[in-house]
Design a protein around this ligand. Structure first.
Ligand SMILES: N[C@@H](CCC(=O)NCCCC(=O)O)C(=O)O
Length: 252
């Protein structure tokens, strides 16, 4: 561990188990931040309204929003809720919406993964589709059923990388092979976002924030899972870590 590592805020998911309510994040994201980005994650409880988020953002050098089995509540993008959009985590929705807006306004680096990528689109006024595997011409982007997470997170399809974009500057011209564990996807792209990668069925797989003051990338896939062994996944976490170090060096 290097001296004075950058600190990265990670919004917690809220889960009920073992008779307690937990505010927690999967360790795959935390390990990729520590081991590949060279950063220290700081898990932020999903208690917006009770915590001073500005005071947290004063002290961190970047934000990473994780994937999750829960979905952004459709009311956030103007769609009537129905069971096909469940499960929800409305406390996380509220936290990530504020974190994304405030971190970008401050010029903090942002890496938004899977649910986080969908949250980024909604934060910019975009919408999501649910059960995309049931739509004409679309692939099945869901995880396979398997006990072994390495099988669930095995790479499934290529993505075409937009030439000249932020992602291309990190992973090269592509295409790159990615994993896929989602049933929702971007429908209408948020104003102010740029498409950075697409799947063969047209699914928007990566976005960046136009005119962002720092690194700001959303990815529908999961580079965290293979960040220690897959070159494009490592490059993404290394680039995010470098942006966080630059932010730290510039003064919080
Ligand atoms: N719930 C959303 C986002 C998908 C996501 O973040 N997946 C993370 C992995 C969850 C798992 O272990 O299956 C969607 O389904 O689109």
């Amino acid at each position: 561990m290097s001296a004075n590592p950058p600190l990265v805020a990670v919004p917690a998911d809220v889960r009920d188990f073992e008779k307690y309510r937990w505010h927690a994040s999967p360790d795959t994201y935390l390990k990729a931040l520590v081991r590949v980005a060279g950063a220290v994650p700081v898990i932020v409880p999903a208690m917006i309204g009770e915590i001073d988020l500005a005071a947290v953002l004063d002290r961190v050098d970047g934000v990473l929003t994780t994937g999750s089995a829960s979905n952004v509540h459709p009311e956030r993008y103007g769609v009537e809720p129905s069971p096909s959009f469940e499960p929800f985590d409305r406390d996380r929705d509220a936290l990530t919406d504020a974190l994304i807006g405030q971190s970008l306004a401050r010029g903090l680096p942002l890496l938004a993964i899977c649910r986080g990528h969908q949250e980024l689109n909604v934060a910019f006024g975009g919408t999501l589709q649910t059960e995309i595997q049931e739509l004409d011409g679309r692939m099945d982007h869901r995880a396979i059923t398997h006990e072994d997470q390495r099988e669930r997170y095995a790479t499934r399809h290529d993505v075409a990388v937009t030439p000249g974009g932020l992602l291309a500057s990190v992973v090269g011209a592509g295409p790159i092979r990615v994993n896929s564990l989602h049933r929702q996807a971007i429908d209408r792209l948020g104003d102010g976002l740029a498409v950075e990668a697409t799947a063969p069925d047209g699914t928007i797989e990566a976005v960046s924030v136009r005119g962002a003051k720092s690194f700001a990338l959303g990815l529908q896939w999961h580079p965290e899972f293979w960040a220690e062994s897959d070159a494009p996944s490592a490059a993404i976490f290394e680039a995010f870590g470098a942006a966080c170090r630059a932010r730290r060096d510039a003064g919080r």
